[in-house]
Design a protein around this ligand. Structure first.
Ligand SMILES: Cc1ncc(COP(=O)(O)O)c(C=O)c1O
Ligand SMILES: Nc1c(O)cccc1C(=O)C[C@H](N)C(=O)O
Length: 453
């Protein structure tokens, strides 16, 4: 790291509050925040549940009162309900780098993982004996992949994403990988891993829950075979909003769904006993769509009008850089350690800090108006949603985190002094995080404990 102190000139202390105000004033996405219902809380949990877009309540009221209340059954045809899964899939498509006709909105992510894994195995060659699963995956993918493997007679082998290129063999049917790790915020190399899988004859199945709407994905450009993702995080579709399934165009004809419900039939109203799949992405559907949630999502996507995912990515990286920088300035050395990579090419849109007693620390942050979340065993997660997160938000979050941890150290120090023990400097006592002891990147590091490589 370059050292500006070489010339021995005194450094003016940085004023992160003023810097945040300057960054917000020049942020091209700043005005988009008004499209959301927000209050004085610093809301950094959009990687779990996105905030409510202002466009949603009136739309949902219309769907209930007019479309359902007055038009009733006619809405399936005259109101466009029947085609909504494909139509809204086409609205999500540009955000994940897909052309129209490749994304369908339907079911939960978990159900789409099941469809994608079984359909992927059914497309694989007869010599395939295993499925690779991201060893750090969000649990639902692993649970479902194991069940899918039992149903198809294959084995599951957990592999770290960075090792997939080395571990894939001609016996691998597919690999199921999270694009961004839900715990650490690490971004995996989708183009490289997809290419490595293809060169071994395996399919690439990606879970985009933590990347869609936060960064460019480029599904078509990178030849991804199958992908799934939720819509309630960075796409702000609302609690339990339906997920989506992407099927590469050239695979659609071979997609043999393990859940061939009547909505995926070529002639659903023919009520024919013999199953014949519809053409195209429609064969990813199962049963009757969840219209209220689906149309809430449709309205939520209006928040993206005139916004590109590239602009979102630029702001996301600037936000996470500034947050890491502010944490380094406000949090006593050794109290937290970033497990989110400092390298932009490896970072999603959240910052995860290892911190001893993270559950209690997050509860205190929430009491003080900073909402992130806590993941076992010791991670504070802060999700950055560039559509509405401001630089002022992340500065305040870091400042309040610093206050909470300094107060905790002072209380621990007072306790130790009271019991006759010397109170050590902040960060060196029992409150030091697991990564904190012995790692003292301090002011030179991007966080008080330094970044994960
Ligand atoms: C990577 C990932 N996959 C899947 C899910 C959840 O799937 P579902 O929408 O079925 O609850 C989540 C979060 O809930 C997730 O983070
Ligand atoms: N889907 C969730 C839910 O229904 C309740 C609470 C949280 C969630 C989440 O989305 C968790 C999230 N995928 C995570 O990254 O931990």
């Amino acid at each position: 790291m370059s050292d500006h102190r070489e010339n021995h000139e005194p450094q003016a202390p940085r004023d992160h509050r003023a810097e945040a105000a300057t960054l917000d004033a020049s942020d091209p996405l700043a005005g988009v925040r008004d499209r959301f219902v927000l209050d004085d809380t610093v809301y950094l949990d959009g990687n779990s549940l996105g905030a409510l877009p202002r466009s949603v309540p009136d739309k949902v009221a219309d769907v209930v009162a007019r479309q359902w209340g007055e038009m009733r059954i006619r809405s399936w045809t005259e109101g466009g309900w029947w085609e909504a899964p494909e139509r809204i899939g086409d609205r999500i498509a540009p955000l994940i780098g897909a052309a129209p006709g490749r994304v369908v909105v339907s079911d939960s992510t978990s159900v789409n993982v099941f469809k994608a894994v079984i359909a992927g195995v059914r497309m694989a060659g007869p010599g395939c004996t295993e499925i690779l699963v991201d060893a750090t995956t969000f649990p639902t993918d692993g649970y479902i992949a194991r069940s899918a493997a039992r149903m198809t007679g294959l084995a599951v082998r957990p592999v770290e994403p960075a090792r997939i290129a080395d571990e894939v063999t001609e016996r691998t049917a597919l690999a199921l990988v999270n694009h961004v790790d839900y715990r650490t915020g690490r971004l995996h190399d989708l183009p490289g891993i997809t290419a490595a899988l293809h060169s071994a004859g395996a399919l690439a199945v990606w879970d985009l829950c933590h990347s869609a709407g936060a960064l460019p994905v480029g599904l078509d450009a990178h030849g991804v075979d199958l992908a799934v993702g939720c819509t309630y995080k960075y796409l702000n579709g609302g609690p339990g909003s339906p997920a989506y399934l992407y099927i590469r165009e050239s695979l659609q004809e071979r997609f043999d769904s393990p859940l061939p419900g009547w909505n995926s039939h070529v002639e659903p109203f023919g009520m024919i006993s013999r199953y014949e799949p519809a053409d195209g992405i429609t064969r990813g559907r199962v049963g009757t769509p969840d219209i209220l949630s689906l149309l809430a999502l449709d309205a939520a996507l209006d928040a993206w009008d005139g916004v590109t995912v590239e602009a979102v990515r630029t702001k996301s990286l600037a936000l996470s850089d500034f947050f890491l920088d502010s944490v380094a300035a406000y949090v006593p050395p050794g109290e937290v350690r970033s497990v989110t990579p400092y390298d932009h090419a490896r970072r999603g849109s959240q910052v995860s800090l290892e911190c001893a007693g993270a559950g209690e620390v997050m509860a205190e942050l929430i009491r003080r108006g900073v909402v992130g979340d806590f993941r076992e065993p010791d991670v504070l997660r802060f999700g950055l949603t560039p559509l509405y997160t401001s630089f002022g938000d992340v500065e305040r979050a870091a400042r309040v985190l610093g206050e909470v941890l300094r107060e905790r150290s002072a209380e621990d120090g007072a306790g130790a002094a009271g019991s006759g023990e010397a109170g050590g400097p902040a960060g060196s006592g029992p409150a030091a995080g697991p990564g904190g002891s012995g790692s003292a990147a301090g002011a030179d590091g991007p966080t008080s404990g330094g970044p994960a490589a």
